[in-house]
Design a protein around this ligand. Sequence first.
Ligand code: ATP
Ligand code: MG
Length: 293
Amino acid sequence: MIALTMSLPSPEAPGAPAPSPSSVADVAAGLREVGYLPGESTALVSYLATKLGKPVLVEGPAGVGKTELAKSLAKYLGRELVRLQCYEGLDEAKALYEWNYRKQLLRIQAEASGTGWEAVQEDIFGEEFLLARPLMTAISSEQPVVLLIDEIDKTDQEFEAMLLEVLSDFQISIPELGRVESRTHPIVLLTSNNSRELTEALEIVRLHTPDLRETVARRLVEVIGMVRALDLKKPPSIAESIDWARALLLLGVEDIDADTFTETMSVIVKHRTDMDVVAERVGLKLGSPADVA
Ligand SMILES: Nc1ncnc2c1ncn2[C@@H]1O[C@H](COP(=O)(O)OP(=O)(O)OP(=O)(O)O)[C@@H](O)[C@H]1O
Ligand SMILES: [Mg+2]
């Protein structure tokens, strides 16, 4: 359920974390004390997170305790929890910082008339005019925090890249102000439900068959997901998905109904025994030909 990603480089922590557990058992006991029952790997990964200062990616389906782990870890370590809830369209202004325009405006109005632009600029682009958002809050906090970046799979990849950059050197560049470096080193947990995988498959299929109708492409990825969920000898991968997309394009298919599926499923399922399973289980879900007619 939990993975530990070790790929992000981590700078030396400016300040050592406060209560420092000395073993996996310590962390397990501490989490239990605050009401969280950690599995073996959860305790291990949590321990490593407190020791190594590397971001941890917590993956798993809904309701397995990903968000709760971050909350409990913060409680156990006596740290503040800073949470960045991800959603589609989340941007830097909501994640990093924003300028407090209202306050800047007030300051400008309060300046004596005739104050040169340079002086004004120096005034209004100071730290007191910044509105810190979660990432900035986490890295500029005097006391080390637990930073929860929740449901990262909901953001787009550009945002994710920005995020990973911030997490790799724990500093934020503000054009008007310069670099804000971290005062303390947060424990970072990122959670993901894995819905990203599906988007990626869709993107890849679209890339290879741009002429395939969007609705068909979406449906295709969905059906592939259904097929992959079955216990097959050889589940279809991205390669089969692309082959199938090409086949459907060639056939001028408008929709993937039960008939289309039965006719073309040999492109994505190769094993004889798999074919029987898939025909029965997925064919049924797509509706019998009689339903479609
Ligand atoms: N190991 C655990 N110990 C104690 N409570 C748990 C544990 N795992 C889950 N829970 C409880 O289950 C509920 C769901 O957990 P949580 O919100 O953390 O799920 P999640 O993995 O973040 O799900 P989602 O992907 O939907 O956000 C919470 O009320 C949480 O307290
Ligand atoms: Mg959650």
